[in-house]
Design a protein around this ligand. Structure first.
Ligand code: ATP
Ligand code: MG
Length: 556
């Protein structure tokens, strides 16, 4: 049933709990779930929860459900449901059966609310939200009982039925559990079970005008689905006694156990759906899938692979203490994957025309270059001719000491090709260099010239056959390691990095890229890893997104 532990699956406390439960025969099969609220797109923090829940099920031969915890119709949307499903699939996981909705259980939850009323454990309260806050007390002071707390069962049943029938406006009444207004745990001070909200629901339409609270829904949904291990983040630890109270006081079919783990926090990154939504709504980014977003759809469009995100989540591990993970770890994970799996190519980002004056006009040599230095990915053809492009940054008239690229009279190797020498720089009226005249050494194809050492190797593309394209250089969206920590009176928006996107047009990619497809990934030699943008790239008008630089150069 269970796999032996290998280095790829190091111990974490949840694996140990599941293993122990299986060994003890407590369960013959484990069932977990990933329960997003469909009120935004999934972000990198959710990936940790997905990998954990689906991963445990996979590893121990169990099942994992996808359940939308959709109790707040005002903030939810079908767009989010569709995006969440496609992100989970993209991450490489398959949920058991159809996706589920907490709203599927609204009838059952209503019956259970009535059950609590009938057992004298729930009541309809008329306190206004302000009054309720006052009665609730504080962490150091006990709360006070609401004057409506001792309504008779009959009156409560009648009022609750009339709440459901739509007789009262939003906020006029709530249904509360009758637990303990003096409990040191605020969650136990007669928590709200139902609110009146005359709102259309994306799944149940206009059937309901009262909606169960998240707390009244979550644990019972787990019980209905036979979830064996209800895994959630640490902030729900204080809610556990309440969930257990519901399980003890309702005729639920199963008794899930809740376990909490620490959220994933990443430096330089915002992972709150509310803030991500604000970035989208206020157009600080182009959408939820903007390649600078910490959303899975953003990372995907940026060129991250799902394998690299899964590896990252495994590396981060699962613990019970909150900490902040360095984003460099995520970048390491994507570099490691792409180094192995992305074919190499050349793309000149800031083209400078080069004419090889001693190369015969009309002559073309079809050079063969491996697609990958180590893996067997075949070859690509690179035509070498008299006119080509190199990057502007690879030529300097007056270079600093130790410069290994091209300077007047100096030599450099063109990657996979010949050694050339810079003879003359042509400038325009303003002194800008517009063209280089060079000569090549015909004896240097694939070997160094006799007695001369040419240190520098630069990338290039032929003028004829190379593909004009757009390249988007992305950087971190926030310049501060703790973007949510704003200055007094400011907001996280003040920490946005103004240089997080640089768009380069008129770049030139080597001819073999002419037919690159959306989401194809490449290492552009010396420039970084790039992917074909899935939204804006078209045949004949390619757009590449920089996924990550070759090295960690942040702050240098
Ligand atoms: P947010 O704070 O971004 O609104 P949330 O917790 O409200 O997130 P849900 O849709 O309720 O979002 O989350 C679904 C699941 O993902 C929950 O089980 C939640 O615990 C988990 N999750 C959310 N954020 C993180 C995170 N940063 N690290 C680990 N798990 C997370
Ligand atoms: Mg939530």
């Amino acid at each position: 049933m269970s796999k032996p532990e290998t280095p790829a699956t190091p111990a974490n406390f949840l694996r140990q709990i599941v293993q122990a439960d299986l060994d003890a025969g407590k369960h013959s099969k484990i069932v977990t779930r990933f329960p997003p609220e469909p009120n935004g797109y999934l972000h990198i923090g959710h990936a940790k929860s997905i990998c954990l829940n689906f991963g445990l099920a996979q590893e121990f031969g169990g099942e994992c459900n996808l359940r939308f915890d959709d109790t707040n119709p005002a903030k939810e949307d079908q767009e989010y449901i569709d995006a969440i499903k496609s992100d989970v699939e993209w991450l490489g996981f398959k949920w058991a059966g159809e996706e589920r909705y907490a709203s599927n259980y609204f009838d059952q939850l209503y019956e259970w609310a009535v059950h609590l009323i009938k057992s004298g454990k729930a009541y309809v309260d008329d306190l206004s939200p302000e009054q309720a806050r006052e009665y609730r007390g504080t962490l150091t002071e006990p709360g006070k009982n609401s004057p409506y707390r001792d309504r008779s069962i009959e009156e409560n049943l009648d009022l609750f039925a009339r709440m459901k029938a739509g007789e009262f406006p939003d906020g006029a009444k709530v249904l509360r559990a009758k637990i303990d207004m003096a409990s040191p745990n605020m969650n136990m001070r007669d928590p709200i079970l139902y609110r009146i909200r005359h709102a259309h629901h994306h799944q149940t339409g206009d059937k309901w005008c009262i909606y169960p609270s998240y707390d009244f829904t979550h644990g019972q949904s787990d019980a209905l689905e036979g979830i064996t291990h209800s895994i959630c983040t640490l902030e729900f630890e204080d809610h556990r006694p309440l969930y257990e109270w519901f399980l003890a006081n309702l005729p639920v079919p199963t008794q899930p156990r809740q376990y909490e783990f620490a959220r994933l926090n990443l430096n330089y990154t915002v992972t709150s759906k509310r803030k991500l939504k604000q970035l989208v709504d206020e157009k600080h980014v182009s959408g939820w899938d903007d390649p600078r977003m910490s959303t899975l759809s953003g990372y995907r469009r940026r060129g991250y692979t799902s394998a690299s995100i899964r590896n990252f989540c495994e590396m981060v591990g699962v613990g019970r203490s909150n900490g902040v993970v360095d984003i460099a770890m995520l970048e390491f994970s994507i570099r490691e994957d792409l180094d192995r799996n992305a074919p190499r190519a050349m793309c000149v980002l800031r083209p400078l025309k080069v004419v090889i004056t001693n190369y015969p006009e009309g002559q073309v040599e079809q050079l063969e270059l491996p697609r990958h230095p180590k893996e067997d990915m075949g070859v690509r053809i690179l035509p070498f001719a008299r006119e080509l492009y190199i990057d502007r940054d690879d030529f300097m008239i007056d270079p600093p000491k130790g410069y290994k690229r091209l300077e007047p009279g100096g030599e450099v190797r063109l990657r996979g090709s010949y050694v050339i020498r810079a003879d003359e720089a042509i400038t325009d009226d303003n002194g800008n260099i517009v063209e280089l005249r060079c000569s090549y050494d015909p004896d240097t194809l694939g070997k160094n010239p006799e007695g001369r050492k040419v240190k520098g190797v630069i990338h290039w593309v032929p003028a004829e056959g190379s593909v004009e394209c757009e390249v988007r250089l992305y950087d971190r969206l926030f310049r501060s390691p703790q973007p949510e920590k704003a200055e007094e009176g400011g907001s996280f928006l003040d920490n946005i990095n103004p240089d997080s996107l640089q768009v380069l047009i008129g770049c030139r990619a080597e001819p073999s890229l002419a037919h690159a497809q959306a989401e194809n990934r490449f290492q552009f030699e010396r420039e970084g890893y790039f992917t074909v943008d899935s939204k804006d790239s078209k045949p004949g008008a390619l757009v590449f997104n920089r996924t990550v630089t070759l090295r960690d150069s942040w702050g240098q």
